[in-house]
Design a protein. Structure first.
Lengths: 288, 485
């Protein structure tokens, strides 16, 4: 009985495994995988979503897809500039700084616009803080040094006040992800934090308890939303294929479902001048 | 009512129960105390290893000043949603920098960063002293009597340089839920065993106390009466232990008392009868002397003749009255005719013949046994009178169709006469005065039959015994045979 069952399983496995291998070969076309760098500009820690998205991309690109993540934005940017990644979904800040070496592939559309804001959040108990001014001498949480919404914008505001984070706050720290800025402020580790407005809004649907423990004290002007970019040397066909797949997401049921989980309307090709605002802020912060 | 006045029926099981409860309580307390120590040891061991792990893990983020990473590390023990109140997790975790400011804590709102640790962390002054005394990188347990927390203080060292100190606080009442659960379980088991043991102890105590209680009851009645019921006679137990021996001694005592009482009663009866006998003999003699004179005078007067019919009638009346007095007195003054001939078998058989018609009239069964073989050295007339009196009484008491038994047995040195009937029995209150003259208010005759019998037996040096119970009335007369001269 036992032996019979084992034989049956072996036979089934033999029948199924070559089938998978075969389809991968025909679909994979012996090409190297597309390597895509992901950063916490979206909720990149939802593994179920990542698996579904990769399958979607592989099916539509007809190539294997490999996602690469690093603790900091800088890790992804370095890999991309070093040619070790083909594409990456990064923040506008590193994009603007390295615009010469990067090509814009697509920009996500959130609430009807390819734009987003930086939120200044404080613990929900704090009912008074309406701007960054009230947080002088307090402990402040940034997400990533290379984040526009989670670092650059606050630096810019302070710079205009003639301050730097080190002089204005008693202590600052990086949490390396927007979601964790929300956690830090909710737990009271920090008295305030700078966070990607799109991430915060998306979290309100996924973890309302977490976002309810925080309050949005101030919102920044709109900036170009986090761009999906390609390294400079990539084949034009590959870039076009990737761009097409992203932009066509809204036209398939599977793509729509993935966009819903991303809390995005669609991807559009976008234009580099969307990010000019970020470029101005960089000049203010770095300049005099 | 005093506790010591309680019956053994309650006292023994009460004492047993108190002992059992005290034992159960002591054992439970000992076990729980031991369990408490085990909990504490477990906690300290866990805290120590956790302190080491955390202190090692915190070195790198602390060197990189990565505050968020440190927060995530020290907060990770509190992430478990499954066991929010895990008994072995600290509720307080604070990393203090070398300047004694809060670097990071698991409760940032309570222990805000950069605050002076001495101002926000409870018991921190004692903890500083502990930190100063610390050598090497060993975690140190601080069990402050004044604090409601147990503390584990671990230095965070990088290459021998103190980066900070990890303070973990465990609430003392962390054990309480586990202790309560333990007490509850121990309580249930103890209660169950207690019920069984107390029931058993009550049962054994009852068995032990019961004969004692019964003995005490019986003994308490001695004095007012001699306990004669079956409980006091048989059911006091026949064991060889102290209670059994006590019961045996008690039974011997009761037996002696009963014999003594019977003897006393017998002595009283015979003394009373003897006094009666002396009194009636004295009165008889005093009456007989003038009576003889008066009768002689009447006799003489009649012999000399007197025509007056009035006088003759009066004298005759006087004579009849005086004669009746004489007969009554003669009946009271029993005097055995000791000089009659020796008793023979035929004398006894004659009595049977004499009384047979009366027996026949009652249609009674007459059992007869006559063992008198030859001449017996007893005067025949008084013996026959005794036998006749007893048999007449017995026949009188018989119901129609009853049973009558007469047995005359010659023993080695006595003649024994037994008369038995199954007719109306003599009530106990009459039995005591049975042999007294005119005692029973009997309608027929003078009621002197038994009195006479008793007197004759006394004069012959014998003994009369009467026994009567429903269905059986028995008179036994024992007459000693004179020692052959």
């Amino acid at each position: 009985m036992n032996r019979t069952r084992r034989r049956l399983i072996v036979a089934l496995a033999a029948a199924v495994v070559p089938g998978i291998a075969g389809s991968a070969q025909t679909r994979g076309l012996e090409m190297p995988p597309v390597r895509i760098g992901l950063t916490p500009v979206f909720l990149n820690d939802q593994m179920g979503f990542l698996v579904a998205w990769r399958e979607h991309l592989e099916a539509n690109l007809r190539r294997p897809v490999e996602f690469v993540q690093r603790q900091a934005y800088k890790g992804i940017t370095d890999l991309l500039l070093g040619g070790r990644l083909d594409f990456a979904w990064i923040c506008g800040y590193p994009y603007v700084r390295n615009r010469a070496q990067l090509q814009l592939v697509a920009v996500p559309v959130f609430n009807g616009k390819p734009l987003y804001q930086s939120y200044l959040i404080v613990p929900a108990e704090d009912r008074n803080t309406m701007s960054i001014d009230a947080l002088r001498g307090k402990i402040f949480a940034f997400s990533d040094p290379d984040s526009n919404s989670g670092h650059l914008y606050t630096q810019y505001l302070l710079r205009k006040m003639g301050e730097t984070p080190a002089t204005f706050f008693s202590r600052t720290f990086f949490t390396w992800a927007h979601r964790k800025v929300v956690e830090a402020v909710a737990a009271g580790v920090a008295h305030g934090g700078a966070v990607d407005g799109y991430v915060w809004e998306t979290l309100t649907g996924l973890q309302p308890d977490l976002t309810n423990a925080t309050r949005v004290a101030a919102r920044s002007p709109y900036f170009g939303h986090t761009p999906f970019v390609a390294r400079l040397g990539i084949a034009a066909d590959d870039l076009a294929a990737m761009q097409a797949v992203l932009i066509q997401m809204e036209n398939s049921l599977q793509g729509q479902s993935l966009l819903r989980r991303l809390n995005l309307d669609r991807f559009i090709p976008g234009e580099p001048k969307l990010f000019d605002g970020i470029g101005r802020m960089i000049r203010v912060v770095n300049g005099g | 009512m005093h506790l010591r006045d309680l019956s053994f029926k309650y006292k023994i099981p009460l004492r047993g129960s108190v002992l059992i409860i005290a034992t159960a309580f002591a054992v439970s307390v000992a076990l729980i105390a031991r369990e408490y120590d085990v909990f504490k040891r477990d906690l300290i061991d866990t805290a120590e290893s956790m302190g080491r792990v955390l202190a090692t893990t915190l070195v790198t983020p602390m060197l990189h000043d990565d505050l968020w990473r440190m927060y995530e590390i020290i907060n990770s023990p509190f992430q478990s949603k499954l066991r929010p109140n895990s008994p072995l997790s600290a509720d307080l975790l604070v990393v203090v920098d070398p300047l004694l400011r809060v670097y990071v804590s698991n409760q940032p709102k309570r222990f805000p960063m950069l605050a002076e640790a001495a101002e926000v962390v409870p018991d921190f002054k004692e903890l500083i002293d502990a930190q100063r005394e610390m050598r090497g990188d060993d975690p140190k347990v601080l069990d402050l009597k004044t604090s409601d927390h147990l503390y584990m203080v671990t230095p965070i060292l990088a290459d021998g340089v103190l980066l900070g100190t990890l303070v973990m606080g465990y609430p003392r009442d962390i054990f309480l839920p586990r202790l309560f659960a333990l007490i509850q379980r121990a309580g249930v088991v103890t209660l169950f065993v207690l019920l069984l043991m107390i029931a058993a102890s009550w049962y054994w105590a009852q068995r032990f106390a019961e004969p004692l209680v019964r003995l005490a009851d019986c003994m308490g009645r001695v004095g007012a009466e001699i306990p004669d019921d079956i409980e006091c006679r048989l059911e006091l137990g026949d064991s060889k232990d102290e209670i059994g021996r006590l019961a045996a001694a008690f039974q011997r005592m009761v037996l002696d008392l009963r014999e003594k009482a019977a003897l006393e009663k017998q002595v009283v009866v015979s003394e009373r009868l003897a006094a009666l006998g002396r009194l009636s003999a004295g009165i008889a003699h005093e009456i007989n002397n003038p009576l003889g004179g008066m009768l002689n005078a009447i006799s003489t007067f009649k012999r000399h003749g007197q025509d007056d019919p009035m006088v003759a009638r009066t004298l005759s009346l006087l004579e009849r009255g005086l004669t009746q007095i004489k007969e009554t007195v003669a009946a009271l003054l029993v005097e055995a005719k000791l000089e009659s001939h020796a008793l023979t078998r035929q004398d006894i058989e004659d009595v049977r013949t004499l009384l047979q018609p009366d027996v026949t009239q009652k249609r009674a069964r007459f059992e007869w046994q006559n063992d008198v073989a030859t001449e017996t050295p007893l005067p025949s007339t008084p013996v026959r009178q005794i036998l006749i009196n007893l048999l007449l009484n017995a026949i009188h008491a018989l119901d129609v169709g009853g049973r009558l038994l007469c047995r005359v047995v010659q023993q080695e040195n006595a003649l024994r006469i037994t008369v038995e009937n199954n007719g109306r029995h003599i009530p106990p209150e009459r039995l005591d005065h049975l042999f007294e003259p005119f005692a029973h208010g009997v309608q027929e005759g003078y009621g002197l039959g038994l009195w006479v019998t008793y007197q004759i037996v006394e004069q012959l040096g014998g003994r009369t015994e009467a026994h009567s119970s429903p269905g059986e009335t028995r008179f036994t007369v024992t007459l000693p045979l004179p020692v052959a001269a």
